[in-house]
Write a protein that binds this ligand. Sequence first.
Ligand SMILES: NC(=O)c1ccc[n+]([C@@H]2O[C@H](COP(=O)([O-])OP(=O)(O)OC[C@H]3O[C@@H](n4cnc5c(N)ncnc54)[C@H](OP(=O)(O)O)[C@@H]3O)[C@@H](O)[C@H]2O)c1
Length: 427
Amino acid sequence: MASVEVSTSRPYHIVIFGASGFTGQFVVEEVARTTAEGPKGNLTWAVAGRSRQKLEKVLDQAAAALGKPELRSSVDIIVADVGEPDSLATMCRQAVIVLNCVGPYRFYGEPVVKACVENGAHCIDISGEPQFLESMQLNYDSQAADKGVYIIGACGFDSIPADMGVIYTRDQFRGTLTAVESFLTASSGPEGGCIHDGTWQSAIYGFSDSGKLRSLRRKFNHKPLPVVGSRIKRRSALFFSNEIEQYSVPFMGADPSVVKRTQRFLVQEHQDTPVQYGAYAGVGGIGNIVKMMFAGLMFWFLVKFSFGQNLLIKYPEFFSFGFFSKAGPTRKQMEGSSFQFAFYGEGYTEGHDPSEGKPNCKIRTLVQGPEAGYVATPIAMVQAALTVLNEPSALPKNGGVYPPGAVFARTSLIDRLNKHGIQFSVI
Ligand SMILES: NC(=O)c1ccc[n+]([C@@H]2O[C@H](COP(=O)([O-])OP(=O)(O)OC[C@H]3O[C@@H](n4cnc5c(N)ncnc54)[C@H](OP(=O)(O)O)[C@@H]3O)[C@@H](O)[C@H]2O)c1
């Protein structure tokens, strides 16, 4: 699976930038694990970041975790800093694909996209920040197209399961799928679980700046996507979901924005029927709702002011009831954690006109996998990269700035994910 057919004159198929970060270290392990699946020496890769010392430590840790002492001497290190454009250019010129793990992306992401576009490297990131993702599309799409470069954002847990899940549901439906709702649930083992502070910071800055996202969207001048079939159900801010038998809330992450961009691309490029999408997350019982409302109110209040943002950033455990932490989850906690996306789709069987009457057919699919942030995310990111390397003719014919579903709709990414622990199935 890791064998790479592309021939390239560049030294590395993959460069992991931000390899010393909490997520980056697990991306390094996933690349090392995946490389071992293919013919030896076929996939070439390096780690990159601003501190050689930290990168050496990451390679030592990966070597110990995977029982591969040769990693330390066989993987090259590139020193590059977001604040030093020349170092980014040098890094990008050596890579076919840069896996960018340096976030929050709103602060650090653009120079990397720019360097990739200017120096002809594809770029895959794991941003869950709609403002960054959409502004890259606005500002770099045509330059990336001119260069034949693919800039693919949101290739982690945000938002590959949701975006590819909608595509999978559509492809499994016999007829015209017109609407899908997804319900996310996550579970942890006896050791509990949490999310690293890096994602908490991305969320704080994203919410504090949400007004800018609205004005950014106006610049695209998009017409609303046409609604085919019955309009999707409107849910309230908190409701009991009979689908997953627990209280649920609208999902606040990047998934709705990413899925919408993909649907728009599929309508424009392939004249596909647009699928309406609603994303929800299960919150459990009354006890969790009380905690969530308390934490949510504090968050909404504090995030508006810079002193409040500083407080939130300083004390993630306190303000999130332990959901986010500076240390991140332990390996034991990750082993016990998992996620599940349940997709409920509806549409019209063949021969039934979606413009007349209610949907006459339903479908239920699942996307499930291991711990979301640091196990599933590296798997999704690395499989996305291998798909770009191995299946160029299945990608959109022009380069550009894309959400994952737009790039991977016609590739074997879902099969690859199935083989690596992120499972797509029809119920
Ligand atoms: N999509 C998903 O589901 C998902 C999952 C996990 C994470 N994420 C996102 O991934 C991002 C990283 O999260 P994390 O928890 O791994 O954060 P982190 O531990 O703080 O890692 C940040 C990385 O960025 C590097 N960095 C910071 N400033 C830099 C600069 N000027 N030049 C070069 N490198 C620089 C850091 O290098 P040093 O080590 O030298 O400080 C570190 O490697 C966040 O945006 C997070 O939201 C997304």
